[in-house]
Design a protein around this ligand. Structure first.
Ligand code: KIV
Ligand code: ZN
Length: 501
């Protein structure tokens, strides 16, 4: 029989404590809705006493989300609990998460207290929270460095006081996997009344062991895991949601199931990374750019024959559309053909031979060949089906003159023209484009990259444009970098949900 593991997501509380990654309420609601679609059981929405913004976010998330439990964090302080209860007033399912430090470091240096007094404060906090909500979770901060015997006494006392969930945080990320597993086992075996509560893991990644510790906690009896998307969080972060979900999905013999719809993992990873401006490391398990990219010729050959030779996860299971093989100079003809077909391009064998020769030349200059390079090499006419196309573009620029651009566009068969000056030639061309399109759009990101080092080669431009609350990504490639920039902008506009003209 399979055991259900509850997923408690703390991206919006512990994850959001990363400096520079704060989200506003609207962004938090966006993430919370995605978390709901992903299937998490609990959303820790904030620490309401900490700021009016946090309070408001818990209120608004409570209104926006239906079935996951909404949880608010507090210290073992009555005022904190009052404010948390108020912030949860609209939640359909609500939980207060209260707690106190239990390691000798915390008891002595943080609270200048003693073990007995801490137990009394823990009991009082749980009882106080129980006046407001039925579902009360208690955290024993720094449980990872708390002596097991004393920890068992704390856990027993808070369960007796009414805690429905008891969280055992490895706050400093200090524990070894075996040590953390034994801690959970000790509690399961020594706490009277343990069956009345769910034991939860909450592991930090300071020594890179958060996921291993969490898995060991579950194997020893924990049935809730506290995790964040992309493993974000203070310092080295928290246990990553996607790793835990995929570990138990891949290792079915462990008999643990979650409610996670794993196909939503990649989209939410992207969303969190972009909203928090927190790039995902390329080799991050499950969601890193290279997680499913095989670059060695031997691996590519194996994967093309049978994916199971080198892959334990089907990329589509985590919401990645295709198996993005990174092509290099060692890649064969078959790998290029496969990649082109995945991009929707089928070439006659003669044309394929020719593209392969160009590919080898480019791969000699560039370490990795990506999809855009391949599309350019294959001569795929990116603009063929575009609603908006460039008819002409002329730019005058130089030293001591203000750049001027005149632009002609074909929009669904009709011709439009505009001219503009700008700070630079790209600015002039984009300003002319905006005169014709006349929409409130903001350029968010603009990167120019040369395909190879030669001055006669193609330049690639990636752009991100915000329009009407949505972000659009565009690409342009041209030997003229200004034309490539306009193409990239037009590529974004062609993707707008409402048609231009
Ligand atoms: O790491 C920790 O101990 C915490 C608690 C506040 C739950 O985040
Ligand atoms: Zn934490």
């Amino acid at each position: 029989m399979n055991d259900r593991l509850f997923i408690f997501d703390t991206t919006l509380r512990d994850g959001e404590q990363v400096p520079g990654c704060q989200l506003n309420t609207v962004e938090k609601i966006q993430v919370a809705k995605q978390l709901e679609a992903l299937g998490v059981d609990v959303i820790e929405a904030g620490f309401p006493i900490s700021s009016p913004g946090d309070f408001n976010s818990v209120v608004e998330i409570s209104k926006a989300v239906t079935w996951p439990t909404i949880c608010a964090l507090t210290r073992a302080v009555e005022k904190d609990i009052d404010v948390a209860a108020e912030s949860l007033q609209y939640a359909k399912h609500k939980r207060i998460h209260t707690g106190i430090g239990t390691s000798d470091y915390h008891i002595k240096y943080k609270f200048n207290s003693n073990r007995e007094e801490i137990i009394e404060r823990a009991i009082a906090a749980v009882k106080y929270a129980k006046k407001y909500v039925e579902d009360v979770e208690f955290y024993a901060e720094d449980a990872g460095r708390t002596e097991n015997e004393y920890l068992a006494r704390v856990v027993e006392a808070v369960i007796k006081a009414g805690a429905t969930v008891v969280n055992i945080p490895d706050t400093t990320g200090y524990c070894l996997p075996d040590e953390y597993g034994r801690k959970i086992k000790y509690l399961m075996e020594h706490v009277n009344g343990i069956e009345k509560a769910v034991i939860s893991t909450h592991c930090h990644n300071d020594l890179g062991m958060a996921t291993a510790n969490t898995v060991n906690g579950v194997l020893n009896g924990a049935r809730q895991v506290e995790v964040t998307v992309n493993g974000i969080g203070e310092r080295a972060g928290n246990t990553s949601l996607e790793e835990i979900a995929m570990i138990f999905k891949c290792h079915k013999t462990l008999g643990i199931t979650t409610n996670i719809n794993t196909t939503k993992i990649y989209p939410i990873s992207k969303m969190v990374s972009s909203l928090m401006n927190m790039p995902v490391q390329p080799n991050k398990a499950i969601v890193g750019r290279n997680a499913f990219a095989h670059s060695s010729g031997i691996h590519q050959d194996g994967v093309l024959k049978n994916v199971q030779t080198y892959e334990i996860i089907n990329p589509t299971d985590v919401g990645i559309d295709d198996n993005s093989i990174v092509l290099t100079a060692r890649s064969g003809h078959a790998a290029l053909k496969y990649r082109l077909e995945a991009l929707g391009i089928k070439l006659e064998s003669e044309k394929l031979d020719q593209v392969y020769q160009d590919f080898l030349k480019l791969a000699d200059k560039k370490k990795e060949i990506n999809d855009d390079d391949i599309l350019v090499l294959a001569g795929a006419d990116r603009a063929a089906n575009h609603h908006i196309k460039i008819d002409y573009l002329q730019v005058t620029s130089g030293v001591g003159v203000r750049p001027v651009a005149s632009l002609g566009l074909n929009i669904a068969g009709e011709h439009f023209e505009a001219a503009a000056s700008g700070n630079g030639p790209v600015d002039a061309a984009i300003t002319a484009l905006k005169k014709i399109i006349n929409r409130q759009m903001t350029l968010k990101e603009f990167t120019i990259q040369a395909i190879s080092k030669g001055s006669d080669d193609l330049g690639k431009v990636h752009m991100q444009v915000e329009y009407n609350g949505h972000e659009y990504y565009g690409f342009g490639a041209n030997t003229d970098i200004i034309a490539a920039s306009v193409e990239a902008y037009i590529d974004c506009i062609n993707k707008f949900k409402d048609k231009v003209l």
